[in-house]
Each structure stands twice: as C-alpha cells, then as structure tokens.
Design a protein around this ligand. Structure first.
Ligand SMILES: Nc1ncnc2c1ncn2[C@@H]1O[C@H](COP(=O)(O)OP(=O)(O)OP(=O)(O)O)[C@@H](O)[C@H]1O
Ligand SMILES: [Mg+2]
Length: 311
C-alpha cells in the first residue's frame, strides 16, 4: 500500500492501462466450486461520516469492476435518506426491502439487475425498520438473506451520510469496512469520528480508508498516513490504507448521464484508479481465500446487534 502512495498518478494510470485488457476480459477462471455449506460472499460496508464524499459512485463502480472480472456482486442500497444508487446505475427498482420484511414478496423478487450483471437491492424505508424488527419479520429476512449466500461473491453495502446506529451496525457486521473521505478537513474529522465509534465497539474490525477527489498523490499519502497514525496513537486501532481516487471531471459527467464511470469513461483517471484499487485491495483472490464470514455471518452479527431474537 505504501508503495502505491509514493507512485505518481501518471505512472499508476500508465500501469493500469497496461493491465486493463486482461482484467476486463478475465472471466470465471480461477473460481473454485463452492463446498456445500461453505460461506463465500464477502460483505463490505462503505461508509463515510460526512455526506457527498463519493461513496455511492465508488460502490457502483467497484461493483461493476468486480462484475467485469467475473465476480458475482450484490449491492445493497442502505442509504435511508437519499437512496440513489439506482440513479447512478441507471436502473429503477420498483420494490424495496420493506416489501420483503412485511412478507409481500421475496428478496429475489426485489433484486434488479444493473450494468455488467450487478444485482441491486433497494433498501428504501425498510432500512430504518431493520433495527426494530419483530420476531416474525426478522425470521423472514434471515431466511431470505441466507438464500443470497450462493448468489454472490461480493455483497457491497452503500450507506448514508452520518454516524447513525444503522450505519455503525452495518459496519460492525461486515467482513470489511471501507471509510471514504475527501481531503476536506470536515470530511476527515467525520471519517475519524466514524473510525472512533467503530473501533470502540470492535477493536479487531477490518477497516480500510479510501481518500477520494485528491489533487495529487502527495496529498493522498499525507492524508492516509495521518489518519492511520492518529487512529493508532489515540485509539490504538489499526487502519489500513486502501488508496486514493483522483478528482476527475468524468465522474461528474457520468453521474449526469446516469451511466457509471466504469462504462461511461473506463480509461478516465478515476476509473483506472478504482480498477487498480479493486484489483489490489480486494486482491483479485477468490473471496473464500479471505477471512469472510459471508452473508450468514453478517446477518448473524446484525441480529445480535439488534437483538432480533429477543424482539
Ligand atoms: N473522484 C471524483 N471526481 C469528481 N467528482 C466526484 C468524484 N467522486 C465523487 N464525485 C462527485 O461527488 C458527488 C457526490 O458523490 P456521491 O453521491 O457518490 O457521494 P455520497 O458519499 O454517496 O453522498 P451521500 O452521502 O449523499 O450518499 C457526485 O455528484 C459525483 O459527481
Ligand atoms: Mg450516496
């Protein structure tokens, strides 16, 4: 990771360009058949503290990047306030998790297929109900979520702004947390606040920081090192560096076109860097080689956090 930070953006872009073709056309090779009952989906929650730092765009583009590499990806839009991953993906889910909780349809029925085969689940207002589910509803959701285990290699969760108990729960229950920040002091302060809350509740959390909209690799390196140092000095908590994504006008243009950057401008600086991050931080390994508790583990941890069985 440190090695990546000292490389100039230009060289990263050149390097990514060289490797982009095999990555794009990499399909299912290397994927092992799952053993019966083996949990393989890797659950990754993306959060930030401050809003508007780029979480949704990063989730959407990372998802497409993984899908293009032959991974099966499910994205849960768990942003209560301004759920908009569907807008970024250019799809229109008609139903959300509320309908699953009240038993009017199955989780499979609300899943919408987006670009590159990414599967999208709209959380909608159902997300706010999760923490207070009655036993019957929690059983339904438990059963439905477990069915996803065989359908995904990656389960990415896009959360909303703020450090609500909901966002924290999604972080604490995931295999991996990605905290997104920008170089702005307010975003950094909120990212640190989120890291602090997570670290106090789960000191062994697998938390990575990604700094978005940077102007230079020096700026990114400074920010990542600083956050890592402060988290260690003040919280005795180990933060990992996921890397950075440069400020890129094509990101803004892609949002306007409702076409994810990875498809709108796959060779733009931010797209290349997202691809680089995904292939490094997610290691291009089959998820089963990583320590993943899968969707089963995720939902078990959520149920403990929210006391579902005692509801
Ligand atoms: N690397 C980038 N370069 C330029 N613009 C960017 C970049 N990343 C994000 N943006 C812009 O920032 C805006 C906010 O992005 P996005 O909606 O993904 O943030 P968010 O963190 O999900 O926000 P919220 O907290 O409201 O959910 C978008 O309009 C997008 O165009
Ligand atoms: Mg968002």
């Amino acid at each position: 990771m440190t090695e990546q930070i000292v490389k100039p953006i230009d060289s990263i872009v050149a390097e990514s360009k060289k490797s982009i073709q095999p990555f794009l056309f990499k399909r299912l090779e290397g994927r092992r058949p799952k053993l019966p009952g083996k949990k393989t989906a890797r659950v990754i929650t993306v959060a930030s503290g401050k809003g508007g730092v780029g979480k949704t765009n990063l989730v959407a583009n990372m998802a497409i990047c993984l899908a293009q590499a032959g991974r099966r990806v499910i994205v849960l839009d768990a942003d209560l306030g301004l759920a908009n991953i569907d807008v970024i993906f250019g799809v229109r889910p008609k139903k959300n998790i509320t309908e699953v909780i009240n038993g009017s349809c199955t989780l499979e029925e609300i899943i919408v297929t987006g670009p590159s085969g990414v599967q999208i689940i709209a959380g909608g207002s159902g997300i706010s109900e999760l923490a207070q589910l009655n036993p019957e509803a929690s059983k339904i959701l438990f059963r439905e979520m477990k069915l996803l285990e065989d359908k995904a290699d990656y389960f990415l969760i896009d959360t909303g702004a703020g450090i609500s108990q909901n966002v924290i729960s999604f972080c604490l229950a995931a295999d991996q947390i990605v905290v997104v920040t920008t170089p702005e002091p307010t975003a950094l302060a909120d990212a640190y606040g989120l890291i602090k809350v997570v670290s106090q509740q789960r000191n062994d959390a697998n938390l990575w920081v990604l700094v978005n909209r940077v102007e230079s690799q020096e700026e990114a390196g400074f920010i990542l090192n600083r956050l890592q140092t402060v988290a260690w000095d003040f919280l005795k908590f180990r933060v990992q560096q996921m890397g950075f994504v440069p400020q890129d006008k094509y990101m803004y243009l892609s949002v306007r076109q409702q076409t994810p950057l990875m498809l709108f401008s796959p060779m733009s600086p931010a797209a290349l860097q997202i691809r680089y991050i995904v292939s490094n931080a997610f290691n291009e390994q089959a998820p089963e080689e990583l320590e993943s508790k899968g969707i089963d583990g995720f939902i078990e941890r959520l149920s403990q956090l929210w006391n579902w069985d005692k509801a």
